[in-house]
Ligand binder design. Structure first.
Ligand code: HEC
Ligand code: HEC
Ligand code: HEC
Length: 136
């Protein structure tokens, strides 16, 4: 049984590459980030998955802004975050919850908060249920 993982909905994104360039790796367009099956939900309103517009982010940021364990040499074999960040403890700095919610720019909420403070023109979501954990 698959304990955790991602469901890449649409593979291969239309990246704007110079003519003749070869896309050496795949960039999933949309990813459903799934809570590891055994992890307890932290709140009653949190559904089992969050839909993440991955391609939207990948064309605007360097890959290793989020994939912080990857280097150029790894292109093409990116590990999912959940492969390492799967622990249930919400206070564990390498657990599942904090990978998405800590203060660092590697995490969803950390980066969204920073962008809100520094770039008035951008409005990445901060709201739990209206932003990421939409009612399912
Ligand atoms: C804003 C953060 C962010 C950026 C930028 C980003 N990714 Fe991701 N990527 C993620 C997250 C989050 C996942 C889902 C991992 C999970 O669910 O465990 C993911 C998943 C993936 C996966 C699927 C991994 C698997 O096997 O499950 C690939 C491949 C990938 N990214 C490649 C890239 C490439 C290549 C780039 C740069 C062009 C990139 N990503 C940029 C956050 C990002
Ligand atoms: C190969 C295992 C591995 C993968 C894959 C991985 N991480 Fe991490 N992550 C760690 C470890 C170990 C730490 C503890 C600090 C360190 O060693 O960098 C960490 C720390 C973090 C932190 C807190 C500290 C910091 O530097 O920001 C965040 C947030 C984070 N990871 C998010 C992510 C996200 C998001 C992804 C996927 C896009 C990801 N991680 C992929 C192993 C991993
Ligand atoms: C490195 C910074 C960064 C990280 C990490 C990041 N985001 Fe974002 N996110 C942004 C920015 C910037 C925007 C665009 C805001 C704008 O242009 O108004 C955005 C927009 C979004 C949007 C709205 C997209 C739309 O169509 O308007 C969603 C949903 C989102 N992010 C979810 C996530 C999730 C889930 C994660 C973690 C898996 C994540 N983001 C990680 C920077 C980040």
């Amino acid at each position: 049984m698959k304990r955790f993982g991602v469901i890449p909905v649409l593979l291969a994104l239309g990246l704007a590459l110079p003519a003749g360039a070869v896309l050496a790796y795949e960039v999933p367009e949309t990813i459903q980030i799934q809570r590891p099956e055994k992890n307890a939900a932290l709140a009653q309103w949190v559904g089992p998955r969050v839909e993440f517009p991955h391609g939207f982010h990948a064309v605007r940021n360097a890959c290793n802004k989020c994939h912080h364990k990857e280097s150029d040499k790894d292109l093409g074999k990116f590990l999912s975050c959940t492969q390492c960040h799967s622990k249930d403890d919400p206070n564990d700095s390498t657990g599942f919850y904090l990978a998405w919610h800590n203060d660092s720019v590697h995490s969803c909420l950390g980066c969204h908060r920073k962008v809100r403070l520094e770039d008035a023109g951008k409005m990445p979501p901060l709201s739990c249920t209206n932003g990421c954990h939409k009612k399912q």
